[in-house]
Design a protein around this ligand. Sequence first.
Ligand SMILES: NC(=O)c1ccc[n+]([C@@H]2O[C@H](COP(=O)([O-])OP(=O)(O)OC[C@H]3O[C@@H](n4cnc5c(N)ncnc54)[C@H](OP(=O)(O)O)[C@@H]3O)[C@@H](O)[C@H]2O)c1
Length: 243
Amino acid sequence: MQEHKVALVTGGAQRVGATLCRHLHAAGYNVLIHYRQSAEAASKLAKELNTIRPGSAHGIPADLLKIKDIDRLIKAALQPWQRLDLVVNNASSFYPTKVGETKEDEWNDLIGSNMKAPFFIAQYAAKELAKQQGCIINIVDIHAEKPLQEHSVYCAAKAGLAMLTRSLAVELAPNIRVNGIAPGAILWPANEPSEENKQKIISEIPLQRLGEPIDIAKTVLFLARDTRYITGQIIAVDGGRSL
Ligand SMILES: NC(=O)c1ccc[n+]([C@@H]2O[C@H](COP(=O)([O-])OP(=O)(O)OC[C@H]3O[C@@H](n4cnc5c(N)ncnc54)[C@H](OP(=O)(O)O)[C@@H]3O)[C@@H](O)[C@H]2O)c1
């Protein structure tokens, strides 16, 4: 029987994460769909993938702000197939934190989901990933480099994630490669900008359109499957917006 590689995608139940799960699954990975609140979407997605290939997808809940949950998440991830080849740190919280109005809880949430959790996921998963010559892919943001107005905590968290990508690439080599993808505008956030602001954002993108989740998914697969000699790099998938 063919043994499938196993990918864990955090925040995998919907939006970009769900496309990552579908694309990795179509490429032959078994997938672990991590979720926090989106239990129904995770279960629907697992069902969809299991219809295509029985026993190939599972949902796993965890609040990534809790280190105990991260420990449990990695243990649960190993249960079905006793292996882990790829972790995609995709889960993220995103909202403005205007100076003068920001609460400590918001700081902890943004730094926790975008920076702290990927570090502890790497810590708990490293031993198993190393056995498979595995990969970690961090979903960063072009705003790790270029500030986004009134989002300083989010930008700092993603900047921290960018540095973690490079420093973990050094520390976890030679058995684990660690890379990042910095999306530009792919899907509008839940708190959508006005039509006028959307047009302004699109006009600043050299390719003059939003990207699509599949653009991120194809880059994940490229880094995980198609290359063996790239580590510590962050690829912007942004239609040229960061130029
Ligand atoms: N969308 C874009 O255009 C864009 C642009 C630049 C960068 N990015 C990056 O690309 C990635 C995907 O973007 P997206 O817009 O698809 O993300 P999203 O919908 O905003 O968030 C993805 C998931 O993260 C999970 N999450 C948030 N906080 C969590 C926590 N404390 N514990 C566990 N899970 C948590 C949520 O899972 P549940 O729903 O299960 O609670 C959520 O569905 C993110 O890393 C984002 O920063 C996206």
